[in-house]
Design a protein around this ligand. Structure first.
Ligand code: NAI
Ligand code: PYR
Ligand code: MG
Length: 598
């Protein structure tokens, strides 16, 4: 699909008309430029009359699109407008996002994407990504082959069982891989045709959905056990058979019983990571590193208490242990500083349920405790981290306790979407006399406290996964070890300026996020060469330049390059095909060597 479809292929002095004609240039979101087609292009491509006679520049179109989105009052309608735009004019969609990232990130991503997933049956219009069902078991490769793009480098996939903090949304979870991959392009410049969202439909245990006439997925309980595992296994194999051994496979929003064990199972076998475990760990450790500059306490001098002991909590805790070991602590001493509290209470080795296997590193030989506030009183954490999916769980009295025990209490309310956050930014400031160091998974409006305004930052893995993905894809790395995420965390933390800290922000502003992603990608790529994970040779001399040369071009392509003279060109001089179409054609992308696999 990506070959020569928008051009007349020029071979020697023969012009071969391609298959895309006239109106297809308008119907294909990747080719469409709307009223930005020039008169010459309209004539040459057979578009005259199919467009209104006026012309608009891309900049004018961006303005019009922005005005159109902003006219909608409801965020879900804004989301729908943007989806529609992505489906009709991809470059316009991404350039609109690029110029308005702070405004539209909360629409294409958390919190609005959560609402979109909940209403997915109602808003589902057009295929975006692949739905692969358990009934396709045995034929998964054939289904993947139906995807029309050949040059896929990254797949984000979910089985929909833990969508944000909203629980099991089954096939409605497709909104998440779609949203995450939009960020691959918007935040790291990865080309959209290289990204494939996939929903693995194995049923749902959500009774409301099973009875929902609008539901679009398999209408039965989740298939679990051996059959489910075999299906996921077949899926992993089919992806690399179809797209190559170094295809990046990002697990997203799998439920706790599966997330960690799949990571363990596949981390050494495929080029894969789990965003909720590793991406989240990286962004939070970066935030903790930035916080040390405010609290004047090293990571290894803090006491951490987690509300929630699932994928995110354990990912963060394990990476924090690595970071504390970097500061000189032993592994045991580092673990001893981390306490967790799950749905059954404090992770105490003495409690009747015991400590769940996925969190066994953090069980403590202490009296069991099921009251979280009492736990805060006993443990006296310097840092409270919420990944419990329980909105408002950090009550005013818990926050006050944090303020009582600490000069600068660190409070992270990471659960998504907004209504699942453990507390709001305003509540954190109000109940700690404005002394807290705060971040949240979904954005909060600025906080006013004691006559001062604070702009708290978003501790969200979106600061990490696009950059890591770019670094991994560009070097065709064959695996993604945990230390890659520590590298990413350190890079992100370095972007935080004193001016950010002063206004309560532990992360750089979103308008810098592309620059951040590029730096993360560059550091990840350097690390990939250092650790022999990279398979693109020779190693580029200037990594940032190399990465930049492969980024998605937001500017509309010129469909009639200079040398092109239509229709008669007896002895035309053409540049090499690659040269002529560089930046436009997808077939000239980064050379993709075969990967190494253990
Ligand atoms: N800010 C970010 O970048 C990220 C945020 N998250 C958010 O974190 C939340 C958790 O995600 P995961 O860890 O993947 O989920 P998970 O399902 O693996 O873990 C949830 C944990 O919360 C505990 N929990 C549930 N109800 C509780 C209660 N009433 N009291 C105490 N603990 C309770 C569970 O026992 C479990 O340990 C979600 O809302 C998700 O959206 C997840 C990944 C990234
Ligand atoms: C941000 C994210 O990955 C989550 O909430 O699941
Ligand atoms: Mg997630």
């Amino acid at each position: 699909m990506q070959q020569c479809r928008n051009f007349h292929e020029v071979t020697g002095n023969v012009i071969v008309p391609n298959m895309v004609r006239g109106i297809d240039h308008l119907k294909d979101p990747r080719l469409n430029k709307g009223l930005a087609f020039t008169l010459e292009e309209r004539q040459a491509l057979g578009l005259q009359g199919l467009l209104a006679t006026n012309f608009k520049t891309q900049e004018q179109q961006i303005d019009i699109a922005r005005i159109s989105v902003d006219r909608y009052k409801s965020d879900l309608n804004k989301y729908l407008y943007l989806v529609e735009l992505q489906d009709t004019n991809e470059r316009l969609f991404f350039s609109l996002l690029d110029q308005n990232i702070e405004k539209y990130l909360p629409i294409v991503y958390t919190p609005t994407v959560g609402l979109a997933c909940q209403r997915f049956g109602l808003i589902y219009r057009r295929a975006r990504g692949l739905f692969i069902s358990i009934n396709d078991k045995g034929y998964v490769y054939n289904i993947i082959r139906n995807w029309p793009e050949h040059d896929v480098r990254a797949i984000v996939f979910t089985d929909g069982e833990r969508i944000l903090g909203l629980g099991d949304l089954g096939a409605y979870g497709m909104g998440i891989p779609v949203g995450k991959l939009s960020l691959y392009t918007a935040l790291a410049g990865i080309k959209p045709h290289q990204c494939l969202p996939i929903l693995l439909d194995v049923g749902t245990d959500n009774e409301t959905l099973l009875e929902d006439p609008l539901y679009i997925g398999l209408r039965h309980k989740r298939v679990r056990g051996e059959k489910y595992d075999e299906f996921v296994d077949e899926f992993m194999k089919a992806c690399i058979t179809r797209f190559g051994p170094n295809t990046l496979l990002q697990f997203e929003d799998f439920a706790l019983p599966n997330a960690g064990r799949f990571l363990k199972k596949y981390q050494e076998k495929y080029c894969t990571f789990n965003d909720d475990i590793q991406g989240t760990a990286s962004v939070v450790v970066a935030g903790l590193m930035a916080a040390t500059r405010i609290t004047k306490k090293k990571l290894s001098e803090n006491i951490y208490l987690y509300l929630g002991a699932g994928s995110a909590a354990n990912g963060i805790a394990n990476l924090t242990v690595l970071a504390m070991m970097d500061e000189g602590l032993s592994e045991k001493d580092a673990r001893d500083r981390i306490f967790m509290f799950d749905v059954d209470g404090l992770l105490s080795t003495r409690r009747s349920q015991g400590v769940p296997k996925h969190a066994e590193n953090f069980g403590k030989d202490m009296e069991p405790e099921t009251d979280f506030e009492r736990c805060v009183e006993i443990v006296k954490p310097t840092c409270l981290i919420g990944c419990s999916t329980i909105g408002g769980a950090f009550t005013p009295s818990i926050l006050k306790l944090m303020g009582k025990h600490n000069q600068r209490p660190i409070i992270f309310a990471l659960s998504n979407p907004t209504n699942k956050a453990e507390c709001t930014a305003q509540a954190a400031y109000d109940n700690t006399e404005g002394r807290c160091v705060f971040s949240s998974g979904s954005p909060f409006p600025p906080v006013s406290y004691d006559g001062k305004e604070y702009h708290t930052g978003q501790g969200n893995n979106s600061y990490i996964f696009p950059g890591v993905a770019l670094g991994v894809i560009a070097t065709s790395a064959h695996h993604i070890p945990d230390y890659i995420f520590l590298t990413a965390a350190k890079t992100l933390a370095e972007f935080v300026h004193e001016s950010d800290l002063k206004i309560g922000r532990l992360y750089p502003p979103l308008k810098q996020i592309k620059e951040v992603s590029l730096s993360i990608a560059s550091e990840v790529a350097e690390m990939a060469y250092k650790k022999d994970l990279a398979t693109v040779y020779p190693k580029p001399k200037d990594m940032q330049l190399y990465l930049k040369s492969h980024l998605y071009q937001l500017k509309y392509p010129d469909y009639l390059p200079k040398f092109y003279k239509y229709p008669d060109m007896p002895n035309i001089k053409v540049k090499s095909f690659d040269e002529a179409y560089s930046g436009i054609m997808t077939s000239t992308d980064i050379h993709r060597p075969l990967g190494k696999h253990k």
